[in-house]
Design a protein. Structure first.
Length: 405
């Protein structure tokens, strides 16, 4: 229907233009004199130009967008040049060119400023530049260039969206940080080490003297009787730095900071040489197993570039459904901006299984915790869960807070 009215409008304007030409000619014929013919001859050039413009098609104009790269980080500046090329050198008095984008980019304030007026004249090639200061995270589609032109008197106006589709991928903003493996809690005693050490109790490789914190079941009674001193079994030790990150995708004003912190943690863990997995539950559940290397980083950051805060359930409900995590020995990192009693209870369940659950509560810069969050933090500490408050712009302090906590 919109196309029909657009065509009808163009035809109607041509009819009006022809009627104006006939009226001015009739006035000159019947009135006579210098003034009437002067008005007619003054109007004729504009009328003929408008008539020619009415039959000129903007479809023959080709648009091309030129820019340096396709991948950016959130907050970077995007620069592009738009080149308009046409085969027919019909004189265009002016043209208004405007960038067009998909839904993820359409509301951007800087993109709305990517609009300029050019004066092609007889030139077959016209170009203009524009820039977007702060790119938002996401995968954005630039669909085309909207071109609008007309005659000086505004009798004829033509508008066309020239196809020129390009995609740009904007990864989450990140901050450089140093990852320190979370200290491990054993069944007895306080934190034992800054490295997560697991004992394979199925393979004893020797005996040693009893040390505070050893389990009663580790005592080797035969060796104890021979040496007249308490001796315990020495088990094979293996260090594991595998980390599974669960990111909260519930709608929240802090969501972009949550994504940014998650991206920063992933980069830091992989740079340390450890393996990391990611689980998100937005519109759909997506899980990446713990792996290392550059390809894993690229895959996880690509996922974070496109993810949206569309989870229909709370983070606590999501954690409750992921029962397979109880059978894993990976450290669990829960990244959220919404702290709840339900989340603390579910985290405590997994903490009893492997003793390595950390919750990172995301806050804006200088934002203070609420009274409810302070109470929940105390509850988390009482259950042996590490809860770290992370402020935007201070990501580097996250793991030093973990080790102090």
């Amino acid at each position: 229907m919109k196309i029909f009215f657009q065509k009808f409008k163009e035809v109607w304007k041509l009819i009006v233009l022809l009627v104006l030409i006939l009226i001015t000619f009739s006035y000159a014929m019947f009135q006579g004199g210098f003034v009437s013919w002067f008005l007619f001859y003054s109007f004729v050039p504009f009328a003929l130009y408008a008539l020619g413009l009415g039959f000129y098609s903007l479809k023959e104009i080709k648009a091309e967008r030129v820019y340096t790269k396709q991948e950016y980080n959130a907050g970077e500046k995007f620069r592009a040049s738009v080149v308009l090329e046409r085969n027919i050198a019909f004189p265009l008095f002016y043209a208004i060119a405007e960038e067009q984008a998909g839904d993820t980019f359409a509301a951007n304030q800087d993109l709305q400023k990517a609009k300029t007026m050019v004066f092609p004249g007889f030139s077959r090639v016209v170009s203009f530049d524009y820039s977007i200061e702060n790119l938002p995270r996401g995968e954005h589609v630039l669909t085309g260039i909207k071109l609008k032109t007309g005659d000086p008197l505004g009798l004829i106006e033509k508008e066309k969206i020239l196809p020129a589709e390009n995609r740009i991928l904007v990864y989450p903003a990140y901050q450089d940080m140093l990852y320190r493996p979370v200290a491990h809690h054993f069944d007895q005693g306080m934190t034992a080490s800054k490295e997560r050490v697991q004992r394979d109790t199925s393979m004893a490789i020797g005996v040693r003297e009893y040390q505070p914190g050893d389990r009663f079941s580790w005592i080797n009674w035969k060796a104890t009787a021979r040496r007249n001193d308490i001796m315990t079994k020495e088990f094979e030790q293996r260090q594991s730095h595998d980390v599974t990150i669960l990111m909260d995708c519930a709608p929240d004003p802090h969501f972009e900071v949550v994504v940014s912190f998650t991206a920063s943690v992933i980069r830091a863990i992989l740079r340390k040489g450890a393996q990391v997995g990611l689980l998100t539950s937005s519109v759909e559940r997506v899980a990446f197993p713990a792996r290392g290397g550059e390809s894993q980083q690229q895959q996880l950051l690509y996922h974070l570039a496109k993810i949206q805060d569309g989870s229909p359930v709370s983070f606590g409900r999501v954690l409750e459904a992921e029962t397979f995590l109880a059978q894993q020995n990976n450290s669990l990192m829960l990244i959220t901006a919404q702290l709840s009693k339900e989340l603390i209870e579910k985290a405590a369940f997994y903490n009893q299984k492997n003793g390595a659950v950390s919750i990172f509560l995301i806050k804006n810069s200088q934002e203070s915790p609420t009274k409810s969050e302070i109470n929940l933090r105390s509850s988390a500490y009482a259950r042996g869960i590490r809860l770290v408050m992370v402020h935007d712009g201070q990501f580097a302090e996250a793991f030093s807070e973990v080790n102090r906590g």
